[in-house]
Design a protein around this ligand. Structure first.
Ligand code: ARG
Length: 457
């Protein structure tokens, strides 16, 4: 049955394979709710400007409402012959309400329709993503507050560097996500512009009121050029870029969790519900969730490159190439949303092994810089202090002794400027609380930072 909506011009039906090859309904049906919403706004506006009668508008709106219900109850059969979500719904509308259904497309093209649908769809999903991001950030703040004074080694080059508080480390993650959330909000501003009214490419001869449709659909502004309106996919690229960056942050966190849950670190215990076992090795408990998030980062990076490549050579205005924008965008949205959800569930459940973390910091000469700073306060130039402490560390390595385990007599062999008060700075607590300024690791600063961040969220 040749039931294409453009049958007029064609003298033979589309090749069977071409039909399947060019169809997008298998994936773009996800936008059915946005498509119907856009059509209702369009019909409402058409009636207001006198292109449709009120009775026609009402029939269209009722018909679309019934179709939406059918879809949601699984009573809608999607047809590949009808190519995409737009033509499936329009054809069904005409089946239901007769000739009036054929008037819905007046002053509109699938080109501005699809561009509008994707923007509505992405806007809805940006809001869902934002909610998960916020939940994760709140979880991080809660954990950081609880662990404000928990001491662990801070690393550079993955070698023990200086003691930090676990709360401080968690707030570093928080800062990454805070920037991601800003980027998401900024992207939303450019997503939230309305192509509808651009029609196929040049606008339409009907007396449409785009301002009214814009208002009905909750867009901030209209797209001001019809050629650009139907062909711009910057917003999808921008979204993938910020998604790739946010996934990169989640991937870095994942990497740390994978390391920290290992038998070699044992900093963190991940509750069983976030792990799986091995089918052969009975002892195994694998941190699958962080590993998968780390792995899924790759596909989002791929989607970003796919969309950039999709757009790079397209002449104005709409080209069928653009149908390829949906699967990468949908998958980037799903992947980011799912990863954030997994993290938001997991973070509040992390169980730090405080003693193990503390011991790791103690073992790694983490307070060497503090000893050098101490000598500077006693009047020694920093470069000389560095040298003196270096020798003390070399001695400690040979004797298997941390700086804080050495006696005052041992320490004084490296410098006679060292007195009993040195132990105040050689302790881990002394070291972290001394870094007491905005952005520093002191427990007091961590608590202040949590309070400040709560005020901003
Ligand atoms: N399914 C198409 C897409 O996703 C809708 C627009 C089709 N327009 C056209 N002129 N063929 O882009």
């Amino acid at each position: 049955k040749q039931n294409k909506l453009w049958g007029g011009r064609f003298s033979e039906s589309v090749d069977q394979f071409v039909q399947e090859f060019t169809a997008s309904v298998s994936f773009d049906q996800r936008m059915y709710a946005q498509d119907i919403r856009g059509s209702i706004a369009h019909a409402t506006m058409l009636a207001e400007v006198g292109v449709l009668t009120n009775a026609e508008r009402d029939a269209i709106i009722d018909g679309l409402g019934a179709i939406k219900q059918d879809i949601e109850q699984g009573n809608f059969e999607w047809s590949v012959a009808l190519e995409d979500v737009h033509m499936n719904i329009e054809a069904r509308l005409t089946d239901r309400i007769g000739i009036t259904g054929k008037k819905l497309h007046t002053g509109r093209s699938r080109n501005d329709q699809v561009a509008t649908d994707i923007r509505l769809w992405l806007r809805d999903h940006i809001d869902l993503i934002d909610a998960e991001l916020l939940r994760l950030m709140q979880g991080l703040l809660g954990l950081a507050e609880r662990e404000a004074a928990t001491i662990m080694p801070g690393f550079t080059h993955l070698q023990t560097a200086q003691p930090v508080t676990f709360g401080h480390h968690l707030l570093a993650w928080f800062e990454m996500l805070r920037r991601d959330r800003e980027r998401l909000a900024d992207c939303r501003r450019r997503v939230n512009r309305m192509p509808l009214g651009s029609a196929a490419l040049a606008g339409t001869t009907y007396p449409i009121n785009r301002e009214r449709t814009r208002e009905l659909l909750g867009f901030d502004e209209v797209c001001y050029n019809s050629l650009d309106g139907v062909s711009d996919r910057d917003f999808a690229i921008e979204f993938c870029a910020l998604a790739a960056l946010c996934m990169t942050h989640l991937s870095r966190m994942s990497e740390e969790l994978v390391l920290w849950t290992s038998a070699q670190f044992q900093f963190i215990n991940l509750p069983d519900r976030f792990c799986t076992g091995s089918s052969i090795m009975p002892q195994k408990k694998n941190p699958d969730v962080p590993e998968l998030v780390r792995g899924k980062t790759g596909r989002v990076n791929g989607h970003l490159i796919a969309l950039l490549t999709l757009m790079k050579s397209q002449p104005l205005a709409y080209n069928k190439d653009n149908q390829e924008d949906k699967e990468p965008l949908f998958d980037a949205v799903d992947t980011l949303h799912g990863s954030l959800r997994a993290f938001a569930d997991m973070v509040p459940a992390l169980e730090p092994n405080r003693e193990v973390m503390r011991e790791a910091a103690r073992r790694g000469f983490a307070t060497a810089t503090d000893l050098a700073d101490y000598l500077v306060r006693k009047g020694i130039a920093f470069r000389d202090a560095h040298e003196i402490v270096g020798k003390a560390v070399a001695y400690g390595v040979a004797e298997k002794k941390d700086l804080s385990d050495m006696s005052i007599t041992e320490l004084r062999t490296f410098s006679d400027q060292i007195d009993e008060d040195v132990f105040d700075v050689l302790t881990l607590e002394g070291s972290v609380s001394a870094r007491n300024h905005i952005g520093g690791t002191a427990p007091e600063q961590v608590r202040d930072a949590v309070a400040r961040a709560r005020g901003q969220l």
